[in-house]
Every structure is written in C-alpha cells, then in structure tokens.
Ligand binder design. Structure first.
Ligand code: MG
Ligand code: MG
Length: 312
C-alpha cells in the first residue's frame, strides 16, 4: 500500500475505530468504568462490540456525497437527513443517536433547503459534531496542501455549516483539516503541532483562528492534564482532549485508548483522536484486531475507494 493511501485510509478508519471503542462508555464520568482496552458491548445505545455511532455515519454520508457529486453542501445535508430519517449510513439500519444541534439544523434544512444557512451560528451551539466527521475533507482535497491552504480551509469550514455554524466550530474545522493534511503528507507530529508551524501561520494571516481555538493551537494540550482535559461535547475541549491523547502517545492504540478513557463524549473524543492518529500512523498502525472487529468495515472501504480513487 502506498504511503498516501495508507494514511488516508488510516484517517477514516481511525475515526470509526475510535468511535467504536468509545461507544460503550459514552456519557460515563471519567474513572467510573473499567478502563477500555478494546471493543466491548453496551453503552447507552446497547451496541455490539465494534459497532460505531453518529460520528462515523455522518462521515460516511459526507464521503459518499463528495465522491458522487463533488462539493455540494445541500447534497451533504440531504444525506444527513437520509441517515436521520431512514438509517442510511448507520451501522444497524437506524439512526439512534443524533445530536441536538444537528437535529435542529436538519429540521431547518428540510424546511428551507439551504444547507449553508441551516447550522446554528450561536456560540452556545458549539458542539463537536463537525470535527467528528471531518476526515473526508482533507482526504479528498489533500492536494490543496501545502500550496492552496485557503481552499482547504474554506472547504473545511463549509463542511461544518449544514449543522454547526458557530465561529468556534468553523475555526476548529479549519485548524484540524490543516493538521490532518500535514500528517497525511507524512510530516512529523511535532512539526505540524508546533504553535508557529508555517502553514498555521499562513492560515492565521488568511483568517485569524477563533481565540479559544488558538489557545489549543498554541499548545494547551501539552500543558494541561485531566480534569482540565475533558472528553467534552464542546468543540474546543473535544479538540484539545484529542490532541492531548495524540501528541505524545507511542502508537495508535495508546492515543485512542487515552482519548476514550476520558469518558463523557468518549466516542467522539475517540473519533477525533482516531483521525489524527490514523493520519499519522496510517492504516498499518491500527491494531489488526480492531480493523478485523470493526462492524460494517466494507462501508468504510467503499467510502475510501470513492475518496481516494477520485483523488486528483
Ligand atoms: Mg457518536
Ligand atoms: Mg459522541
């Protein structure tokens, strides 16, 4: 497998693996459960080991949209509705876990048909629902890095709009897409996570990061530890927690287990961390038993074929 394909696959499969590992302890306070070491049954949705949740479903919906019609936010939103209403893109044929902000936005989209304006723009609506599904954007548009960072950042922010329109969410998607693109290009982890990484400085010149997101980009995840690091549903804390788990881990397994064992929004912290860790260590770095045990893996492989074969 070539290195680009390995890292692109790793990014999307890492998302799903992290989601599936965290699903069994979602909403549990940290320390209230036996540490996660692999897939297990249960959680609030009563899933089987290796089954994944909304994070992966929405990523699959966006991936299929990009592969089939190119960049079209209304088409992306229609597929999110198809997941919510009909269970398409779900692991077991039904949507069992849509977020509050996402549902409200899709209700608005069904009424107005305008995905660019359906996501709530209020600061209080800054959940992690758009960073959790981001991987298809930097995978498909990897060629925009490093010479067309503005285009990559624009697509990343737009991908948030159908459901999450707040400044924090847009900025977090831009920062995360840049880091993922750098990692998929084979750059070193310490290079892309440096507070003054040149592509990041370019992004800041184009569009200053939201101040709360810039605190993370400047390295809060290196200074803080739990309980300040939290597996929170708030986009900034979620991104920070995922980077805390990723930045000094020895391998994919260590990174993603650190993320999900924060509890609370464990599946999503796992999905965000899994994107970073998968982009860095590649599919080859994901433990084989986690790839083999991933439910409906063929849906992810199909999405990857659409994203990577059409690339360039
Ligand atoms: Mg989820
Ligand atoms: Mg979640």
């Amino acid at each position: 497998m070539n290195q680009f394909k390995n890292r692109g696959s790793g990014c999307l499969l890492g998302l799903a693996v992290g989601d599936a590992l965290g699903a069994a302890v979602e909403f549990k306070p940290p320390g209230s459960f036996a540490p996660v070491t692999g897939y297990r049954a249960g959680g609030p949705h009563g899933l089987s080991p290796g089954e994944w949740t909304d994070d992966t479903s929405m990523a699959l919906a966006m991936a299929e949209s990009i592969a089939q019609v190119g960049w079209d936010l209304d088409d992306q939103a229609r597929r999110y509705v198809d997941w919510w209403r009909n269970g398409t893109y779900s692991v077991n044929g039904r949507c069992f876990d849509i977020g509050i902000t996402t549902r409200a936005s899709l209700v608005l989209f069904e009424r107005d048909g305008d995905a660019r304006n359906s996501g709530d723009r209020a600061e209080r609506a800054s959940g992690n629902g758009s960073i959790m599904r981001l991987a298809p954007v930097p995978i498909r548009y990897l060629d925009h890095f490093p010479n067309q960072i503005e285009q990559l950042a624009t697509l990343a922010a737009e991908s948030s709009l159908p459901t999450h329109g707040s400044p924090q969410c847009l900025s977090a998607c831009q920062y995360m897409a840049l880091i993922l693109a750098g990692l998929m290009h084979g750059l070193d982890r310490d290079t892309v996570l440096a507070p003054d990484w040149e592509p990041l400085e370019q992004l800041r010149r184009l569009q200053p990061l939201h101040p709360a997101v810039d605190v993370v980009a400047l390295g809060s995840f290196r200074r803080l530890q739990p309980p300040e690091i939290q597996g929170s549903g708030y986009v900034v804390k979620s991104l920070e927690a995922a980077l805390w788990a990723f930045h000094d881990a020895q391998d994919f397994r260590e990174a993603v287990l650190k993320a999900v064992n924060l509890g609370d929004d464990a599946d999503t912290t796992g999905a965000v961390c899994g994107q970073f860790a998968g982009a860095f260590w590649g599919e080859a770095g994901i433990p084989q038993e986690w790839l083999d045990g991933l439910a409906k893996r063929e849906m992810l492989e199909q999405a990857l074929t659409g994203l990577i074969v059409n690339n360039g």
